[in-house]
Design a binder for this molecule. Sequence first.
Ligand code: DP6
Length: 339
Amino acid sequence: MSTIRSATAVAPANIAFIKYWGVQDAARTLPFNGSISLNLDSCLTTTTVTFDPELRDDEVTIALYGRAAEAASGRPRERVVAQLGRLRALAGVATCARVDSANTFPSDAGIASSAAAFAALTLAGATALGLDLDERQLTVLTRRGGSGSACRSIPTGYVEWRIPEGPFDAARWDEESYAVSLAPPEHWALADVVAVVDAGAKKIGSAENHQLAATSAYFPARLAEIPARLAAARDAIARRDLELLGATMEADAVSMHAVCMTSSPPSFYWNAGTLEIIHAVRAWREGGLAAYFTIDAGPNVHVICADGDRDEVARRLGALPGVQFTIANGAGAGARVVG
Ligand code: DP6
């Protein structure tokens, strides 16, 4: 490659209704179960990838929300460089790249910034190199980057990350585990109000803990429940049935955390503020406000409701003593090239 080639992509974070938890093959990021999520319209990462023949090494800078850009080092840089390597191998080039990435949301809000980051990185890199990939291939390549949930940030709106039928076979699953849109964001105006109860608790990568899931005696029970939950979530999305989606989503989040709490060694992600919100959301429902909780690998709580209820939910969450601040999102589009 003798010329500079550059592209910029924007990708959203996503919130899982049915969680990815547990990895069967860490090298290829192959999960035990399928998962379903919604892209978030205000939590975005913008990434520019520039392949430049003058560079002697890859350069990675990340601008966290509200902070100046800083050179990445250690594990975060290694993961980006590994993904650049996958892109280069596909394109058959050896050119080094400069990666500049910026987030529109606080990294300490319990929203998986790695999903938005790896989706934007993969799309920008593939575009800069002129790779001819369809959306499914792009999701496979994004998944291989190691933040599996990132593959769900490529397609638009409501998205399912699928696992193939039949017994586990790493080579076949590597080709056939991909993400696909179930519905565009306009299909159903839901909101996700994130209640931050511990801004200090950065959502650390789940990589190690995905490998511990199978040590829980409850993990087989969780996996046995997942096909019915996926079917219920697909059906709820198709029919815009918030009661069904909410009940399914809450059961799945509690099941994931039960696995975490019973893994060896265990992880207890919830704190007192987390439980306070769980109780409050259930009480609001008794009082007629249709709101449902879900929780990722951290203490902060995502409250899902109709978009028309987002301000009321944010107001009520903000009034709880344990809540430091809230971030509200609507349903969002998938990753796109912007330059
Ligand atoms: C609990 O390994 O995809 O959010 O932890 O950000 O690296 P990072 O993401 P990933 O694990 C996601 C775990 C989860 C559930 C989910 O999003 O499906």
